[in-house]
Design a protein around this ligand. Structure first.
Ligand code: SF4
Length: 234
């Protein structure tokens, strides 16, 4: 049961949708979550399949709490902040996360791990950080290892894992950089083959070859494709 709250500031955020579904990526696959999809992103990955711009609505914290209360929270493992990039709405998060925590809701942050200053402001309210390591070979954008490094340094002492979307352009240099970060911060690495529509963009043989390249140097690595596409859920 969520308590009525008075919010301190009139912050708003653009939110695309709020829906309950099954987590389809990473070590929490199969967990039922309440997804809050924030609009806007600071990156433009080539493989992005998320519409995070059309039909966005402005939410106040009060409005979002009203929507959340309509779900049966007894069936929800955690609230997933997803996007787009949720940390772009950090002022709004600073307002609403304390309220969600007071109501004993677990917070799961899905992020591209490029906004360390914003993370610093909310990290104490986050239970699980599901962070990306972005590869230039898959995103078509410059590598962000320096920003990832600073980001993961803030996650120390918090549950955090790193997801790496890859395709057949992944380089040995990128693999080594990922392992360097993982070693430094003791990260669980999730290798996720890039999807093209409903299919993996690489063969299973290639995916396992990449997994082996990681495992030869670092053992906390799992190969997990997206499964929500097989379940036909969002
Ligand atoms: S960071 Fe995520 S939401 Fe943003 S463009 Fe890349 S894949 Fe899409």
């Amino acid at each position: 049961m969520i308590e009525e709250e008075t919010f301190k500031a009139d912050n708003t955020a653009k939110i695309k949708e709020v829906f309950a579904s099954i987590q389809g990526e990473g070590p929490y696959i199969g967990a039922k979550q309440l997804f809050i999809r924030f609009c806007n992103c600071n990156l433009r990955c080539h493989y992005c399949d998320t519409d995070f711009e059309g039909d966005c609505e402005e939410y106040t914290p009060e409005k979002l709490m009203e929507v959340i209360k309509q779900f049966d929270l007894r069936t929800i493992y955690s609230i997933s902040l997803t996007g787009g990039e949720p940390l772009l709405s950090v002022d709004f998060l600073c307002n609403i996360l304390p309220i969600l925590k007071e109501n004993n809701l677990k917070i799961y942050l899905e992020t591209n791990a490029t906004l360390p200053d914003e993370l610093r402001r909310v990290i104490d309210y986050i239970d699980v950080v599901a962070a990306d390591i972005k590869l230039e070979s898959a995103t078509g954008m410059m590598n962000s290892f320096d920003r990832h490094d600073e980001f993961f340094s803030i996650c120390k002492g918090h549950e955090c894992f790193a997801k790496i979307v890859f395709d057949d352009n992944i380089t040995d240099e990128e693999i080594n950089k990922c392992i360097e970060l993982a070693n430094k911060y003791d990260l669980l690495l999730i290798l996720q083959p890039k999807m093209v529509e409903e299919q993996m963009s690489v063969t299973s043989v290639f995916a396992v070859t990449v997994l082996d390249k990681f495992l030869k140097k670092y053992n906390k690595v799992r190969l997990i494709p997206q499964v929500h596409k097989f379940l036909s859920v969002r």
